[in-house]
Design a binder for this molecule. Structure first.
Ligand SMILES: [Zn+2]
Length: 254
């Protein structure tokens, strides 16, 4: 058993070669040059699962899921067919890596937009196996619970009452893996809401998946500049507009 680590080490030497085109749109998109992709592990039509060419995090196995061959597309624009195919494919790859038992834990997340921390515009997600860090004890379960916006038998969509970082955090709880299509539908609705109705300056979001005590959760986090009160003091803030946001989503989408 390898000793658990507290920090991930970012390899600056690899980082300096990594292409970025979120701010500088002149840089050619590496995910559009399909014939040049290396270390492809699986494909399903336009969806590609491959090793990350720039593994900046030490003691990890970094992979990427290219979601589509449409460079300027975005999750909220996908057809239901494509959306469901993408989530079934990605969930299976994430679960395979968890089951391999090669990792202390496996991250699965997506960045979109200039405030999200992402570097490549082309829609993609990341699955990252961590050899020496288990993320689970760092995630308060309460931050994944909240006021129900909508629910079906096996999936729940809520607005966090005790957000992890702050303001509005949307959670999707998947009670049965077979209901992943419904989870994808809820995520797409929230992403569409964030990009179109939430806040006129918000053009970025993150999507984080968690497996905790055999339950799967996704957190959709709109990204604006992070509050200094959280950065400096670790005090999350809750929006006073919560009820209003919930009613607005219910009116538009359900
Ligand atoms: Zn592209």
């Amino acid at each position: 058993m390898v000793a658990m680590a507290k920090h991930l080490i970012f390899d600056s030497a690899i980082g300096s070669f990594k292409p970025e085109n979120i701010v500088n749109t002149e840089v050619k998109c590496p995910f559009c040059c399909r014939e040049k992709l290396e270390d492809v592990m699986a494909e399903d039509g336009p969806i590609v699962f491959l090793k990350n060419k720039y593994p900046v995090l030490r003691d990890t196995f970094q992979t990427i899921i290219i979601e589509t061959d449409q460079c300027n597309s975005e999750l909220s624009l996908y057809s239901k067919d494509h959306l469901h195919k993408l989530f079934q494919f990605s969930m299976e790859k994430w679960q395979d890596m968890i089951r391999s038992r090669d990792f202390a834990s496996v991250l699965f997340f997506k960045n979109h937009g200039p405030c999200s921390g992402g570097t490549i515009r082309h829609p993609h997600m990341q699955i990252v196996g961590l050899k020496n860090i288990d993320y689970a004890p760092r995630i308060p379960v309460e931050s994944l619970e909240g006021t129900i916006i909508h629910q079906s038998n096996d999936v729940e969509l809520n607005l966090a009452k005790e957000p992890k970082i702050g303001f509005c955090e949307f959670n999707v709880r998947l009670k049965k893996l077979a209901a992943v299509d419904q989870m994808a539908d809820y995520i797409q609705i929230i992403v569409h809401y964030i990009m179109n109705h939430f806040h006129k300056r918000c053009n970025s979001y993150n999507l984080f998946f968690y497996q905790l005590e055999d339950q799967i959760f996704a957190k959709v986090m709109p990204r604006l500049v992070t509050s200094p009160v959280f950065i400096g003091y670790s005090i999350p803030q809750v929006s006073s507009r919560g009820e209003e946001v919930i009613k607005e989503i219910q009116n538009i989408y359900f």
